[in-house]
Design a protein around this ligand. Sequence first.
Ligand SMILES: C[S@@+](CC[C@H](N)C(=O)[O-])C[C@H]1O[C@@H](n2cnc3c(N)ncnc32)[C@H](O)[C@@H]1O
Length: 212
Amino acid sequence: MKYIIEHMEQGFSEWVTLEYAQIIRDLGPSNLILSSLPEGTQESDIPSKLREMGLQWTTRPLTEINVAFPELPSLKEKRVCLLDPRAKEDLQPRDANDFDYFVFGGILGDHPPRDRTTELLKAYPDLLVGKRLGDKQMTTDTAIRTTQLIIERQKEFQQIEFIDYPEFRFNKNEATEMPFRYILNADNKPILPEGMLELIKKDSEQSLDDLL
Ligand SMILES: C[S@@+](CC[C@H](N)C(=O)[O-])C[C@H]1O[C@@H](n2cnc3c(N)ncnc32)[C@H](O)[C@@H]1O
């Protein structure tokens, strides 16, 4: 199964780089394509960590993925699923037969969510079919992990164990609540990209410093 992230942020923040790196680990580099990077983007603009992991990227939009990567299966109308928190139907294991590609917004989570994913549905109305992954906002890597479980492992959404808005406590005085839904691992801890906990801690120390 192929997964596409339509990059909708400016550049690559540390957060986005950690998420994309984890997604490459989870899917394998040949199954992920990052599309719609700003015109003029060069290989040197891609974080070295992602280049070394074999990230496939293009400045071309979704509809031109096959121009950039002719070896990939062609994008056929209505066989491309957009994971959209505003979609009316939830993704089901049986949808595995109906789609060749799954598309995600490369959007940083915001609180309250601004529904920017729906812009993609409006941009490519003939190509995309929207499906939802429950009613809570997930990080992009969590949304891809959830899709993998439903489509590739044929798990029902209700069988997946999630945690909503977990709090990460670093010491007696410092804790950060993340306004997203995450999958729980076998130790009942939210699954985060490698290095993300350290980044959340660093960001929370930074905001404390800014207050002082
Ligand atoms: C952090 S979310 C961004 C949500 C965002 N606040 C927005 O403006 O749409 C990044 C991507 O993960 C996927 N996603 C996250 N939660 C989802 C959900 N509950 N259902 C379907 N897709 C979801 C979507 O593809 C979304 O574009």
